[in-house]
Design a protein around this ligand. Structure first.
Ligand code: DUT
Length: 151
């Protein structure tokens, strides 16, 4: 796993968010689901989304949301990034569900939030919701999938 000194070099855009062993990731927008979706024979049909009104968002009990991170990230070739929730959210009954960041990915990260609690939870745009931890990948290729954006 990479530490602070290496992370500052590899992720200059996140300089002030670098932690001893990871990078803090801050909330941008939150979306609710507006239509059905499907995945059939690798054909993706993503649900339509509607943004919530911010900057203070209310997560209702037993409801799922999608959240974007406030700046685009480039994961250099030869590295992968795993995303873990900020424990303050877990301590508040809100989970952050995440996947794997691929070597070479450039774009906007999107995570799922779920309020497992019995009550509303309020969270503001700009607050940190997760931490990315970075590992070296031997013999890595480069991501060029459907979520890749133009640099
Ligand atoms: O929780 C996560 C984890 C990763 N990513 C970004 C970085 C990752 O490199 C990219 C693609 O993720 P993944 O490979 O899991 O997506 P896929 O569903 O396999 O997409 P594709 O078919 O385009 O490869 O999305 C997120 O936005 N959210």
């Amino acid at each position: 796993m990479l530490g602070e000194k290496e992370l500052i070099k590899l992720f200059p855009d996140f300089k002030e968010l670098v932690e001893p062993s990871g990078i803090d990731l801050a909330l941008d927008e939150i979306f609710v689901q507006k239509s059905s979706g499907s995945l059939i024979d690798n054909e993706k049909n993503l649900p339509d989304l509607e943004p919530l009104n911010g900057p203070i968002y209310t997560l209702e009990s037993q409801t799922a949301y999608l959240a974007t991170i406030d700046r685009k990230i480039k994961i250099p070739k030869g590295y992968t990034m795993l995303y873990k929730p900020r424990s303050t959210l877990l301590r508040s009954f809100v989970s952050v569900q995440t996947a794997v960041g691929d070597p070479g990915f450039y774009g906007t990260l999107m995570f799922m939030l779920y309020n497992h609690g019995k009550f509303d939870y309020k969270i503001k745009k700009g607050d940190r919701i997760a931490q990315g931890v970075v590992f070296e990948v031997d013999g890595s290729g480069e991501y060029n999938g459907s979520y890749q954006e133009e640099e």
